[in-house]
Design a protein around this ligand. Sequence first.
Ligand code: ASP
Ligand code: CP
Length: 311
Amino acid sequence: MPHPSRHLLAIEGLEPPHIADLLDLAESYVLLNRSGKTQRDLLKGRTLINLFFEDSTRTRTSFELAGKRLGADVINMSVSTSSVNKGETLLDTASTLNAMQCDLLVVRHGQSGAPALLSQKVDAAVINAGDGTHEHPTQALLDALTIRRHKGRLEGLVVAICGDIAHSRVARSNIHLLTTMGSRVRIVGPPTLIPADAARLGVEVFHDMKAGLKDADVVMMLRLQRERMSGGLVPSAREFFRFYGLDAEKLAHAKPDSIVMHPGPMNRGVEIDSAIADHPTRSVIGEQVEMGVACRMAVLDVLARRLPRNR
Ligand code: ASP
Ligand code: CP
């Protein structure tokens, strides 16, 4: 089924066949990447600009790699040294990049809805690389691909997403994707870190880790996003770890073959114990990063098909 938009702004609104098609295509890119081959003709002559108004290690680097492996010219715009510091607005910055005939614009911004706003002003295909507390669609795709490769399916799985749900765009995109694909999603965290609209998200809410993790197939841990918190929503890192940090004792309540995920960056000893983060068989955190490159290649591929031939 063709992708429904010329942009990728959110998972919400995508139907199961759209998601399945992206995951299947990403799977083929996993194999290509592992073979050491590239497909540099696909985005030849296309320009991809990474426009990150918030810090990033994984997302920015993997979009750069994905673009280069498909043959695009990739520009990483450094916002911290750009004319944004001279007062230029987001929309004027976008118009400037538009005039340079950028084809694919990858945007991370602290404000929910910023990529959607940009998409109305530029000719490029806009990809949301994380906007405020709203969505991080390519993260959810790479998480789903990682789960599918380990469990063979998404339907019917019990997925526990734990920690700071309220400030997490990763949680929101994962909830939309996983519920759309038929997983049973639980969110687990203290009441202060559960979003007010949890009921309409189609998830079960737990405040106790042992109950929330019981018989889960997948345990996904999230960072405390203090940069988005106003006021003390959590007592102390040490106390948070005691009640909500994933250690061997809490993980023992999930299924014995459950996998442990984390989008990164991790705060070891706060939401996850080092022994679990580095667990040789249960942790799939490194694999998530590998899947990120393949999923971003799939997204660039699908959106590039809808670009006009010559701009
Ligand atoms: N890297 C992810 C994001 O940008 C998760 C996090 O920062 O904790 O949303
Ligand atoms: N998971 C994720 O988005 O990581 P970065 O913030 O490092 O890009």
